[in-house]
Write a protein of this length. Structure first.
Length: 175
C-alpha cells in the first residue's frame, strides 16, 4: 500500500472533519480505546488549528485522507511534572497530538507510517526527542508506540476526568 504524507492544507479541513467523525462513530460502536467522543475530540477545530499552525500532516492513499497527525512543540501542562529521559526546552522536542487513522485502514501500517514520518520530521528539525500522551486504556496505541521505540515515562492526569479519562501514560523516543 503506497501511502503519501504531506502538510495539510485548508482544502483538507472538510475531509479531516469527516475522518474524525467516522473514526468516532466507529469507536462508539465498539471498544473505544482512546475514549474519544464525537463532537468533543477530535473535532473540526483541531484540524483548523493544526493547519493554521502549519503542523498538521495528512496521510493519503489514492488521494483519500486515511490518517493524520499534529506535530507541535507545545506540551500539555502536565508534561512539566514528568521526569523525561532528556532535560531540554520544548524548542528541541516534538509532541504528537491528534493522531488518527481511518477505521477502514486500521492494522494496515498507516499508524506506523505516521510515527515513522514524525521521527523523520524530528531528525530533519534537529529535535532531541518526540513525546506523546496516550489514555492508559488505549492498548492498541500503546503497543504501536512501544513497537516504534517509545519508552514509558510516567502516568499523569491531563484534567480530562469529566470524560472518564483519568490517567494518561507519557512516552518518549530520543532521536
Amino acid at each position: 500500500m503506497k501511502i503519501s504524507i504531506e502538510l495539510g492544507k485548508t482544502t483538507d479541513i472538510d475531509e479531516l472533519e469527516q475522518l474524525y467523525d467516522e473514526l468516532n462513530d466507529y469507536l462508539s460502536a465498539g471498544v473505544n480505546y482512546p475514549g474519544w467522543k464525537k463532537g468533543i475530540y477530535p473535532v473540526r477545530q483541531n484540524a483548523v488549528s493544526g493547519i493554521e499552525n502549519g503542523n498538521l500532516y495528512v496521510a493519503r492513499y489514492n488521494e483519500q485522507i486515511i490518517g493524520s497527525i499534529i506535530l507541535s512543540q507545545v506540551p500539555e501542562p502536565a508534561y512539566h511534572k514528568a521526569k523525561w529521559k532528556i532535560d531540554c526546552d520544548y524548542s528541541e522536542v516534538l509532541v504528537i497530538y491528534t493522531f488518527v487513522v481511518h477505521p477502514d485502514f486500521l492494522k494496515c501500517g498507516v499508524g506506523k507510517a505516521l510515527i515513522d514520518f514524525a521521527v523523520k520530521q524530528g531528525i530533519e528539525s534537529n529535535v532531541k526527542s518526540i513525546r506523546l500522551d496516550v489514555y492508559e486504556g488505549n492498548m492498541p496505541a500503546i503497543k504501536l508506540y512501544e513497537k516504534c521505540g517509545f519508552e514509558y515515562i510516567d502516568t499523569v492526569d491531563l484534567g480530562l476526568g469529566n470524560y472518564g479519562l483519568d490517567w494518561f501514560k507519557l512516552y518518549e523516543k530520543l532521536i
